[in-house]
Design a protein around this ligand. Structure first.
Ligand SMILES: [Zn+2]
Ligand SMILES: [Zn+2]
Length: 235
């Protein structure tokens, strides 16, 4: 059975496909112009379900250990061996099909909660500007723009910044590293009082980066912060 989530909706793709054939992000094989991945790979994905906490995003809930700044934590799939290469191709070779699949799933989950939140802005977890310069784009930002289109919101990259240098992190001892990590993300100076915000990242492992950014958004005045992660590790 073909999934409604594995389809392209943009008809212009039919013509584009002649020059740039659509490829399955998971196995690299060419797929029909209106498909995002092949049926076999799509059926093999482990989607996150109710066993993941809807507030902290962890399977082993950490809500009691840390102050979670989110009202909701949405995720699409589990990050494992089956999807590893697809995330690498999203990151380095710009196969954007994975981004569309993730956004379809995230928006569907948001609709299912029935919260009906109108986000004033969607903010990507910022990337080291040097890395962004080398790669040409930030994959979390790509997802943010796609989510903004679907949710009738705007992508905003002007609220949180990431410092140029976290490259000396490996030269530091444990205590110095913790201080450096806090300094890594900093506010631009823009206030977001009373705003509803969706914070977005492509993959989250320990969740500490998203929690850090979420707390920062609350400190800047956000009335509600939700999180959307493309993939989470199985923790
Ligand atoms: Zn495939
Ligand atoms: Zn939790």
């Amino acid at each position: 059975m073909e999934s409604q989530f594995n389809r392209r909706t943009d008809r212009a793709r039919f013509f584009l496909d002649i020059i740039y054939p659509s490829k399955c992000p998971f196995c690299g094989k060419a797929v029909r112009w209106d498909m995002l991945s092949c049926d076999g790979c799509f059926a093999d994905i482990e989607w996150t379900d109710n066993s993941f906490c809807g507030k902290c995003g962890h399977r082993q809930c950490i809500c009691g250990e840390d102050e979670i700044p989110f009202t909701r934590f949405y995720s699409a799939m589990v990050y494992d061996e089956r999807v590893k290469d697809a995330f690498a191709s999203f990151k380095y070779h710009a196969n954007r099909n994975l981004g569309f699949i993730l956004c379809d799933m995230l928006v569907d989950k948001m609709l299912l909660t029935g919260d009906d939140v109108k986000y004033d802005m969607i903010i990507p977890v910022p990337m080291n500007p040097l890395k962004k310069h080398i790669r040409g784009y930030n994959q979390a930002e790509l997802m943010t723009r796609e989510l903004a289109k679907r949710l009738g919101s705007v992508s905003d990259t002007s609220v949180i910044c990431k410092a140029y240098s976290s490259k000396f992190q490996h030269d530091l001892n444990k205590a110095e590293r913790a201080v450096n990590a806090v300094k890594t993300f900093y506010p631009s100076g823009k206030r977001i009082d009373g705003k509803t915000v969706l914070l977005c990242d492509d993959i989250t492992t320990t969740g500490s980066t998203m929690i850090k950014c979420g707390k920062l958004l609350k400190e800047l005045g956000a009335s509600r912060v939700d999180a959307a992660a493309g993939a989470v590790t199985g923790h």
